[in-house]
Design a protein around this ligand. Structure first.
Ligand code: CTP
Ligand code: MG
Length: 451
């Protein structure tokens, strides 16, 4: 629902993917182990704006798609599409006439963000027809035969159209009917039909990362994009429970005596939650290098408090040295504190249904740096571990934050001459962690926090 309007998403995925030329249509290929169309679908789930999601698929694949989306429940339905995109869109549209607004998205664009969807709905409410566009960085050249250039347009005048394209449902329906009457049956896009119908189309800002998988090279790009994809803070702005305090809730905070962890404890307590600090010097002593002890501590916590509402893994150790100068003991300790201990904690903790794990990684996870080999290897491990666990544990939420350089004692020890003005304040990072605790729809997300 948006402003009392019923809103449906229509995902077009009935194409054969001829340019992709593979034995299965491109939207059924996997990136990061998951089918492309499922990645496309997921951002539409749990958005309060979206009331229903209709997948229009190739008739040969309908049973597979039904089976693979069963777990999402009634919010998703599946029907067979047509021979052209226009036909598939019209078939879907006819099913969705009871909805006021329809958000039409290519099944082959898996990097759609929640922000674009929300912006589409708001703009369609206001303007009745909208397209998602980004500026063209390349110059666009006009050529009717593809051999010689006819004209070169002014680059600033051209945008690249992506999807979603979103509409007032009755307006788009009328535009489709009018187009068919005029013999137009192979339009590559719905906005074109609305324009021909004489209605103006507003523009919503798209994103470079909202790519459409067209050729096999795009799968490679998509894998890389997936690897570095982080959730933008805007995505965290839906706090269903924002007004509620955290009274009666219990969280364990590993590394709670310093830096980000300490600040998280303060903010949790301010909101009325109980926060158990787990670190070598805290009341409940905790050693990330001792797997059995970790197991024992969490089973004692379970006996005393029952299942927890959340676990925040904020323990960390950074020692900048080339590999050649690190002792085996130092390597083992750095791996244990930054990765192994976190894994053991996630395995040992018992959380309530809907509880949350928040792991703290570091911006060094995307690229190894000189002197950081073990630290950045561990932190990229934290990110991959978070993604896997989020896929495995649908009963809880598992997220990871990636703060840029933060003003913590660990940072100051390693970089004593850095200007603190340039560093992130741990208070800001802790605030973001609290927001993630509130956001009951967020899981498997890597959340970037920048100064
Ligand atoms: N689409 C559809 N029904 C069709 C044709 C296309 O639902 N008959 C969908 C595609 O599945 C895709 C989106 O429309 O998600 C955009 O189309 P495009 O990228 O052109 O995909 P294909 O038509 O499958 O690819 P190609 O043009 O290379 O054959
Ligand atoms: Mg096509």
């Amino acid at each position: 629902m948006y402003q009392n309007k019923r809103v449906a998403a229509l995902i077009l995925m009935a194409g054969a993917g001829e340019r992709f030329s593979s034995h299965i249509p491109k939207q059924f290929h996997r990136i990061g182990g998951k089918r492309i169309y499922l990645r496309t679908l997921e951002p539409f789930l749990h958005l309060k704006e979206i009331d229903h999601i209709l997948l229009v698929t190739h008739p040969d694949w309908i049973e597979t798609v039904k089976e693979e989306t069963l777990a999402y429940g009634d919010i998703v339905s599946v029907i067979a599409g047509g021979k052209t995109r226009q036909e598939s869109s019209f078939i879907g549209l006819k099913e969705l006439l009871p909805y006021d607004l329809v958000v039409i998205h290519d099944g082959a664009r898996p990097f759609i963000s929640k922000k674009i969807i929300k912006d589409n709905v708001a703009a369609a409410f206001e303007h009745l027809a909208v397209d998602t566009c980004i500026p063209s960085t390349d110059t666009l050249v006009e050529s009717s035969q593809g051999l010689f250039i006819d004209a070169i347009g002014n680059r600033n005048k051209y945008l690249r159209g992506q999807t979603p394209q979103s509409f007032s449902t009755p307006l788009l329906y009328e535009a489709h009917v009018a187009a068919l009457k005029q013999g137009v049956s192979n339009a590559s896009d719905d906005c074109q039909l609305v324009l021909q119908f004489g209605h103006k189309v507003a523009i919503v800002q798209g994103e470079e990362s909202n790519i459409k998988i067209t050729s096999p090279l795009d799968i490679y790009l998509a894998d890389q994009l997936l690897r570095i994809k982080t959730t933008q803070p805007e995505d965290c702005s839906i706090f269903h429970d924002r007004d509620k305090d955290l009274k009666g809730k219990i969280f364990a905070v590993v590394g709670g005596t310093g830096g980000i962890g300490k600040e998280v404890i303060t903010q949790l307590k301010e909101r009325g939650a109980e926060a158990l600090s787990l670190s070598p010097s805290s009341e409940i002593p905790f050693d990330l290098c001792a797997p059995e002890a970790i197991q024992k501590t969490f089973s004692e916590i379970y006996k005393k408090y029952g299942p927890l509402d959340g676990l925040i893994n904020g323990g960390g150790l950074l020692q900048i040295k080339p590999l050649a100068e690190l002792t085996l003991e130092e390597i083992h300790k750095m791996l244990s504190i930054n990765l192994l201990g976190l894994i053991y904690s996630c395995k040992a903790v018992t959380l309530k249904k809907g509880g949350v794990i928040i792991n703290i990684a570091s911006s060094s996870f995307t690229y190894g740096r000189e002197g950081y080999s073990i630290y950045s290897a561990a932190k990229s491990g934290v990110v991959n571990f978070t993604q896997s666990l989020a896929e495995e544990r649908k009963d809880i939420r598992v997220n990871c934050i990636v703060p840029s350089r933060t003003n913590t004692p660990m940072r100051r020890k390693n970089f004593p001459i850095e200007n603190p003005q340039e560093l992130l304040d741990p208070i800001v990072v802790a605030k973001k962690i609290i927001e993630i605790i509130y956001d009951s729809s967020l899981t498997g997300s890597i959340i970037d926090i920048k100064k």
